[in-house]
Design a binder for this molecule. Sequence first.
Ligand code: NDP
Length: 268
Amino acid sequence: MHDFYRVIGNPVGHSKSPAIHAAFARQLGIELEYATCLAPLDGFAGTVAALAAAGCKGANVTVPFKIAAFDLCTRLTARAQAAGAVNTLSFDGAAIAGDNTDGAGLVADIVGNAGVTIAGKRVLLVGAGGAARGAILPLLEQGPAALTLVNRTAASAHAVAAQFDFPIAVRQFEALDGPFDIVINATSASLTGALPPLPAAVFGAGTLALDMMYGAAPTPFMAFATGHGASARDGLGMLVEQAAEAFHVWRGVRPATAAVLAQLRAGA
Ligand code: NDP
């Protein structure tokens, strides 16, 4: 039997991860199986235990289980610790190693795919949930000139910022000026077609505006940003890059991502 992997979520049927990992495996000539796994909302730990007992090598974790995954791990990487959430599990006997590849995927997409350096730049991160927390350490490792955090619930932003040694400026939406070089929407607002209350001044002609959300049409955040001169990017590149990073965690080899991203964009 080939090594097998899963993406665990609820819902999870819509996940693009099986197609992405199948493409990586084909590209590298590796035989493996990767499929979705629907866990009951109150049954994540049981699902993980059953997969590990069946010989599963690893699993990605998606909504709403990333914090439950963090709590289950016997070992955590520094970036998973910083995120407080896990999206990549590796099984080895009774041990469960937890990693978080979302932030590395974000950085790889910005630097590698969009061709925008983060070093020396003014970065605005919108949101203070799991995705935002996971992004901070990988962003800081790039050496931005400044990182500003804004969130609807200011107390969450302050709590997140306090976890890092780097001085992260926490602002209210209405107190933001700009423009920023990079604006990252790490809120789930786009899921409901909503737009975080960002002033237009945060965007300028040289701004890269990235929404972690992806879909068939530009999100309201992307439309608002391009309407104020910025270049906009959705979260599909981040998705492919976080998957490549997870593949590397499991198999020790990093797949090339450009063709896989192009195929997904073409709807193939
Ligand atoms: P969480 O539920 O942990 O956090 C949600 C965040 O969004 C909170 O900061 C919340 O603010 C904020 N928010 C929600 N609605 C609004 C709104 N209407 N206006 C302003 N702020 C709002 O979600 P995650 O952090 O896990 O995910 C965030 C997004 O990132 C999702 O869209 C997810 O799909 C995407 N994502 C994409 C990935 C990729 O690979 N492309 C990987 C991981 C995530 P408050 O604290 O006030 O509630």
